[in-house]
Design a protein around this ligand. Sequence first.
Ligand code: OGA
Ligand code: MN
Length: 306
Amino acid sequence: MATVAQATVAGPSIRPLGSALGAEVTGVDLSRRVDDDTFARIHRAFLEHHFLVFRDQALTVEQQIAFSERFGPLEAFPEKDKQKDAATVYNVANVTADGKKLGSKDIQVIFLKVNARWHTDSSYRSVPSLASLLYCIEPLPDEAVGGETEYANMFAAHDALPEDLRRQLEPLHMVHYYEYGRRLYPELPPMTHHERVHVPPVCHPVIRVHPDRGGKRSLFFTENAGGEIGGMPLAQGQALHRQLVEHVTDPRFSYKHRWRKGDLGVWDNRCLLHRLREYDEDRYRRVLRRTTVAGAGPVVGPFSRQ
Ligand code: OGA
Ligand code: MN
């Protein structure tokens, strides 16, 4: 057969990272504007794999913001101390803005420990975030233990629930509240009036449907913004919450990402949970930079529209 000359321009290549979720994207430079066709491919891969990592990027804050905005308008953070570079940038770092290493007892580092429990970003908002983008500036050295971000696929976790538990969860909601981090780490300063006004406790369905995946159902709860289920007696709700934590922690639902310098990860907060794996914060520097895409509307449960 005669070979046909390829008129196509080499686009990014996309390779799955594991059986649960995730894909690696190479061959694209995100410091320049990505053309619309390429972005459409990236967006389809994002919906299919839920977590994408773009390797070997070199991004300024402005370039990271510009690429992030292709997914939608960005969220600003409620806390003043996260607003180092811009209101939409969160420094996920155990070093100061001018590069000084902080100890494990520093408030900035303790705030990051709250990320070590399963969560989606901004679940404590009435409209939680759609996606997050995390750019790795200083990874841990190879010999360090921990420091990965682990992602868990909540479509798969939902589908693996026993039928009776799935039915029990259908009408339930969880109260998510930003202050829960203070319960976990009482040494954190109390929430300010500004924060209390902007992020009061909110309630979301425990089963949600995905607006860009034809209403596909997933499990939705967090471990860092609450520990009980609304509408149930306290102890019973806490026991159910613990049972769900155990369920989603099954490694068959997860992919653990070990960050390399220049990685830009983007994940869908509408169907994944994630958590930081603990590492020795006193010993190692770890610097990442996060931008967050705002949700398009409230979390929709299976019966929200009825
Ligand atoms: C976050 C987060 C995890 C990590 O930035 O939202 O959860 O591994 N980070 O730093
Ligand atoms: Mn997070």
